[in-house]
Design a protein around this ligand. Structure first.
Ligand SMILES: *[C@@H]1O[C@H](CO)[C@@H](O)[C@H](O)[C@H]1NC(C)=O
Ligand SMILES: *[C@@H]1O[C@H](CO)[C@@H](O)[C@H](O)[C@H]1NC(C)=O
Ligand SMILES: *[C@@H]1O[C@H](CO)[C@@H](O)[C@H](O)[C@H]1NC(C)=O
Length: 388
């Protein structure tokens, strides 16, 4: 049997990407679960239709296409929005010690409009798009295989009976329930790529980065297997594919962020939306890239996986509300580190203050038979350094 431990509901902070799409998503999720339950029981189309209206009309910021998609697939849309939230949370984790720490993508009462950063062409923008697209595909692929969605289930490609193969007395076959990557990828395309219709550099680059994010997921699928046979002899092995922990996708994309490719106005015409690239067009694009020559030599084959950016990033040091930059004043830093978390880098030369911080943590935990852990609360006081 495939594991179902991947099925934990995500409880992390809601994001602005998600909640510019709606501050009431959590409520909607609950509401929708009830709606669907009652709808399945009464088997009534009316209930389903009104359920989708409740969900989709309650999500502000959707484009017309997205809203239509939502009405057709309200349950998948809810899974997609959860995927966005997971993505933003992972973004914040990956950028915790950067000057830009992804906090501008979280909701704030100040404004409900989407982050200015998403309308730019920075490396950070590229990362935000890529991880969002991956997050949607990831969560939808998983939700499908958990039987939560009406329009998809386990990946039929791996689920269906591909002929078993036998090597060294072990018969191997696909079985169990693979996460439905294909459906997740397709829904991510339909949900996010439809926003990018303008055909300008911004939408072209966004489309590319969306796809690069999804590839980071697709290229890191994992295989799980189970042995069958007399006393664990493993005469027969059934295997299924699962999406990796989202942390893995975050790490891969973080590396892509470091090596992002600057596309310029002059080669922009040659950047083809990657979802349209098929065979020859892809080769064409790579040739064009090659002809251009300059800069670092990259494996051309690898271009679809790379993040593209077209604007140099600001330094993110000082607060600039028009650009949605909070600045690094007040950020915790490490005075002995020479890396990105070091005070010299994070504080942009402004120096740091040493402040005493009190925090409460769980301590002296005891395991009680059976089965719970009881802890005490301890208050620790420590000196920390924060940017001026
Ligand atoms: C990110 O930085 C802002 C200010 O620059 C700070 O308020 C916020 O707590 C930081 N977020 C994280 C997750 O460290
Ligand atoms: C600060 O950085 C140093 C060197 O990288 C490391 O050894 C130390 O654990 C860090 N301190 C904190 C509080 O993270
Ligand atoms: C510790 O703190 C948490 C929340 O601050 C509280 O819910 C819990 O009861 C406390 N535990 C003890 C043992 O005091």
């Amino acid at each position: 049997m495939p594991p179902s431990r991947t099925g934990r509901a995500y409880e992390g902070p809601p994001s602005r990407i998600a909640t510019r799409i709606g501050p009431t998503v959590a409520l909607l999720l609950i509401l929708f679960e009830h709606r669907r339950a009652s709808c399945l029981m009464s088997n009534s189309v009316d209930d389903w239709v009104s359920g989708s209206a409740v969900v989709c009309n309650g999500i502000p910021g959707l484009t017309k296409d997205q809203r239509e998609l939502c009405h057709r697939n309200p349950d998948v849309t809810v899974a997609a929005i959860k995927g966005l939230q997971i993505a933003i949370s992972e973004c914040q984790n990956q950028f915790m010690w950067h000057r830009w720490n992804c906090s501008s993508l979280t909701p704030s009462s100040r404004t409900q409009q989407s982050s200015v950063l998403l309308k730019r062409g920075y490396r950070e923008t590229a990362f935000a798009y890529a991880i969002s697209a991956a997050g949607v595909a990831h969560n939808v692929a998983r939700a499908c295989s958990m039987g939560r969605l009406l329009s998809c289930s386990c990946d039929p490609l791996h689920y269906m009976d591909n002929p078993p193969t036998t090597t060294r007395d072990i018969t191997f076959k696909w079985g169990g329930c693979s996460h439905n990557l294909e459906y997740g990828m397709e829904f991510s395309r339909q949900f996010l790529d439809t926003r990018e219709k303008a055909g300008d550099i911004q939408s072209t680059v966004n489309l590319h980065n969306n796809q690069a994010g999804r590839l980071a997921l697709a290229n890191n699928m994992q295989i799980r297997c189970k042995c069958h046979g007399m006393s664990g002899s493993c005469e027969l092995k059934t295997c299924w594919k699962i999406v990796p922990e989202f942390r893995v996708v975050g790490k891969v994309l973080k590396n892509r962020f470091r090596n992002a490719v600057l596309v310029t106005q002059s080669n922009l015409g040659n950047v083809i939306p990657s979802n349209k690239i098929r065979g020859s067009r892809r080769r064409q694009k790579q040739k064009q890239k090659k002809r251009r020559g300059g800069g670092r030599k990259r494996k051309l084959r690898d271009l679809p996986n790379q993040l593209y950016y077209y604007q140099r990033s600001p330094n993110f040091c000082e607060q600039d509300l028009t650009l949605d930059i909070p600045g690094t004043a007040g950020r915790r830093c490490n005075k002995t580190s020479t890396g990105g978390d070091g005070c010299s880098d994070l504080c942009c030369g402004r120096g740091y203050n040493v402040v005493r911080q009190r925090r409460t943590e769980r301590c002296r935990c005891k395991f009680h038979w059976c089965c719970f852990v009881q802890c005490q609360n301890c208050t620790v006081e420590e000196w920390i350094t924060v940017c001026k």
